[in-house]
Design a protein around this ligand. Sequence first.
Ligand code: ZN
Length: 327
Amino acid sequence: MSSAPNPSKTQNLSGCELANPPPKSNHAQVALSEITRHPRFWFDDGNLVLLAGTVGFKVYRGLLAAQSPVFQDLFASATHAEEEYGGCPVVRLTDSPQDWSQLLDVLLPMTYVRISDSHRCQYEQISALIRLANKYQLESIERQAVECLKTVFTDAFEEWNSPPQDALKLADPQQVVEVVYLARLTNCSSMLPLACYHCALLGEEVLNSLTSDGELNSEDVRRCVGGYRQLCELKTTIPTRLFGHPPSVSCRSPIMCGELLRRLEEKAALVYETPKLLNSVEQWTLSFPLCGMCQEELDERDRARRRELWQKLPEMFGLVDEVKSWA
Ligand SMILES: [Zn+2]
């Protein structure tokens, strides 16, 4: 997270610090002699050094400036920069070097890359692209990266229910907190119901601890905590709703299936530590060998239950006014 604004710094709208005049901040400035050259984005004939943390990127100023009005302003000021490195003006950035490396992969590609090939992207890349593209007004990149995230945080049940094998995956469940932030940043409310659902699964304690770190606004924290409580209540209805039924009328072994359904109902009361109710029960019911007909009816009940829950997500998270289409 960036430090509090310091009035003695020269800052433009994008929050980038310019090297001239040298900022008088309390935190230590990286001395130019300590620059680590980025292994890929250090072009010997580049004409501008971007400094993020201790990592320097020697890049082509005109090529970047042509892609963003924010870069144009930022680099124009750099012409008069007092700080130089190897004869090139230096622009200090407040972003992380990892994020910039992800952005330069797209702005200065070594090979042709399509952002929409989500299987080739990690979540970290998509997140960095959205945040920086939004900050530096790289509209096309922002749009493509958001589209990629929307394939995961979709507004359509069928798409969610059968994701492609190579779909983008979050490495850490907590990253979903940032997805809510990104949806807000880019005014993409269609991602919110599913993102809030996954946030809610983090549980009440985790969510309450988030009010202080600023990534979720307090309104969204309340939404997720409220949704969590509703999911916990719904969880208690699952055993009866799915398994409190007699065997199928076409069942060939009603005594065995009846006993299995009874045991499933008992187990269902214990199986959900977290209310991951959108998931199918298939994962934990497979070891109970119902006959084909009873299994089919159970699958139908489960699918209807999940579809119904999906429909309720915008309401559950107080998003009905914001989410225009939901299928
Ligand atoms: Zn049966």
